[in-house]
Unconditional design. Structure first.
Length: 452
């Protein structure tokens, strides 16, 4: 069952109290006086303020709603529900943390476009094999309105940007830290199952064949092997001579897990380079020769790399997101009209590292760049120019120069190690940052924990 998105538990920098705090307190007092004087209003109908967070408040009804939603989600997942008193205390703290983040996001004017929010929502629906309408039904079945769900997604995206801006961007990982991690965790990157792409030629031997017939068939397979060594294409030899049903297709078996192939074939190609042909292999069916067309998995990681150029512009106090998008669109139109992408990058890009190289980022492997950047680049044809792309770094135009496939086992292992080290350092820095901003935030609890 699809449940509402879980809020990211990060705290942002506190904002100074507004001068109208006193007015807010006066309004609350007046409301309470009216409630007391009205005999038709019970004490249960008063929505108490349980906490003041900077210039905002959290009410008892909001806390009750959060408790009910969390209980529904835990039941749907089959997880144990904590005691109600503990749940209220923990959720109130989570709401305080969330509210401080939203305040910081508003202060920094971090915006998330509707298009990006709905793209994420559509991805969630697709990953759950649901249409958007079906997702809406599932969400509302949990007790949360679809509009609330969408806004929660917007908050999550904005919070991720905030944390990236205030914590993650400041983290660096050295080669020495990567080396130390790999020494301490030699098996940190799990091996993938080995898959083989094979073709074979079979000269069948009947089960009741006499020795003379067996010898004739063995000579035949060896003559075929000699012809292949002399230059005959393996696929042509398979079509001409193989007794296997896949002979007309060049003997191609296609990609298969090594565990699903005959052990004799796996052993026969274990020492071969891609493109090489095995010696003669004897099986109960007859005589075979096998060609290794490709191999993947295990220690080997074949990766499709992209050679990408980009132009980066970053919003600031002078030029907001709308102006940056418009500026990049004008640059894009000039490129489509014939201006070289590299020259436009040298003139306009704010990425100081790639600007002098015409925006060239070199060969990029999966995971090297922001997810949205990588997704757009993967969908480009060679030579194509993207539309304006927004990432945590700013706004981009991309151009795909080329693609290639490389065995990146060593690099992937180091990249994985770098990510592990970085994640640990971000978490450590986050705890430090969280303590600092928690200390300077104005938080006033209006209700004792025992009375929540």
């Amino acid at each position: 069952m699809v449940t509402s998105p879980k809020r990211v538990e990060f705290v942002q920098l506190a904002l100074p109290l507004r001068t109208d705090k006193l007015k807010l307190l006066v309004v609350i007092v007046l409301f309470l006086l009216v409630a007391v004087s009205d005999p038709g209003m019970s004490s249960d109908s008063i929505d108490r303020v349980v906490a003041v967070v900077n210039q905002d408040i959290i009410t008892e009804s909001e806390l009750r709603q959060e408790v009910a939603q969390t209980q529904r989600e835990l039941r749907a997942k089959g997880q144990a529900i904590p005691p109600l008193a503990d749940l209220k205390v923990n959720l109130l703290e989570s709401m305080i943390v969330h509210l401080i983040q939203i305040q910081r996001i508003e202060f920094l004017n971090i915006k998330v476009a509707d298009e990006m929010v709905m793209a994420v929502v559509n991805d969630i629906a697709r990953n759950n094999q649901l249409s958007l309408t079906q997702l809406q039904v599932e969400i509302e079945r949990t007790g949360l309105s679809f509009e609330e769900y969408v806004e929660d997604i917007r908050d999550q995206i904005a919070i991720r940007r905030l944390v990236n801006q205030e914590v993650a961007r400041k983290i660096t990982v050295t080669d020495q830290e990567i080396d130390e991690f790999l020494i301490q965790n030699p098996d940190a990157l799990p091996k993938r199952p080995i898959e083989l792409d094979l073709a074979h030629i079979l000269i069948a031997v009947p089960a009741d064949a006499i020795e003379e017939d067996i010898a004739i068939r063995e000579k035949r397979i060896r003559r075929i092997q000699d012809r292949i060594s002399d230059g005959l294409a393996f696929s042509d030899a398979a079509m001409l001579y193989s007794d296997s049903p896949d002979g007309p297709e060049g003997g191609r078996l296609g990609w298969r897990l090594s565990a699903d192939l005959p052990a004799l074939f796996v052993t026969g190609v274990s020492e071969l380079e891609v493109g090489m042909v095995s010696g003669v292999i004897r099986s109960p069916r007859g005589f075979h020769i096998v060609q290794l067309l490709n191999r993947r998995g295990g220690e080997e990681n074949l990766v499709e790399q992209s050679r990408v150029r980009h132009i980066l512009l970053v919003p600031n106090v002078v030029s907001g997101e709308t102006q940056i998008r418009q500026r990049l669109e004008r640059i894009r139109q000039r490129i489509l009209a014939g201006a070289p992408f590299s020259e436009m990058a040298k003139l306009h890009s704010q990425d100081q590292q790639s600007r002098a190289k015409g925006g060239d980022l070199g060969w990029l492997s999966p995971g090297d760049r922001d997810g949205e950047f990588e997704k757009v680049a993967s969908e480009l044809a060679v030579g194509e120019i993207s539309t304006v792309v927004q990432t945590g770094a700013g706004f981009h135009l991309l151009q795909l120069d080329a693609r290639r496939t490389r065995n990146m086992s060593a690099r992937i292992k180091r990249s994985h190690a770098r990510q592990q080290v970085r994640t640990r350092k971000v978490n450590e820095k986050y705890e430090e940052w969280l303590g600092e901003i928690r200390d300077i935030a104005y938080i006033e609890y209006r209700v004792a924990q025992d009375d929540l």
